[in-house]
Design a protein around this ligand. Sequence first.
Ligand code: HEC
Length: 149
Amino acid sequence: MRKAIITALALAIPTALAAGPAEDTIAARQGYFKLLGANIGVLAAMAKGERDYDAAAAQAAADNLVTLSTYKPAHLFMAGTSADDFPDKTRALPKIWDNLPDIESKVADLNAAAVTMQAVAGQGKGEMAGALGGVGGACKACHDNYRAK
Ligand code: HEC
């Protein structure tokens, strides 16, 4: 049984990696940022009145932002995955790789803003909206420096 599972895995893995490790890393990186975007999107839609404020959903989105910003993203910035290497596939500017400690510190800044959001997200629309600028600012601080337009 165990042998069958291992054989099945061995057959499945090369297919999963068919795009190549660099492309897979770019896709994983963009997936990570999409998750951040999806969660801040929930909060932003409530703040703008595009959807009703829902304390439980707001709290879940804030909790997710904290979880995502404690993720260790170093592997997502594998060498050879910049916009110079894959111009049609990624907007990650090459200067990221000269500033990896700053990338880590920008993720830490995002975590601090997310923790502030987490403390108030479930307490009311005004409280949640008041913390949104801090989170959005932490996203923007990195995009302005390290993401192509
Ligand atoms: C540490 C730097 C950094 C931080 C912090 C950051 N981003 Fe990004 N983001 C990037 C980079 C670099 C890209 C380009 C990734 C690529 O194309 O490979 C990106 C891409 C994205 C994308 C596009 C993903 C795709 O589909 O291609 C979204 C959406 C996004 N970020 C949302 C956010 C949100 C929301 C936050 C804050 C909650 C955030 N990001 C925080 C650096 C950052």
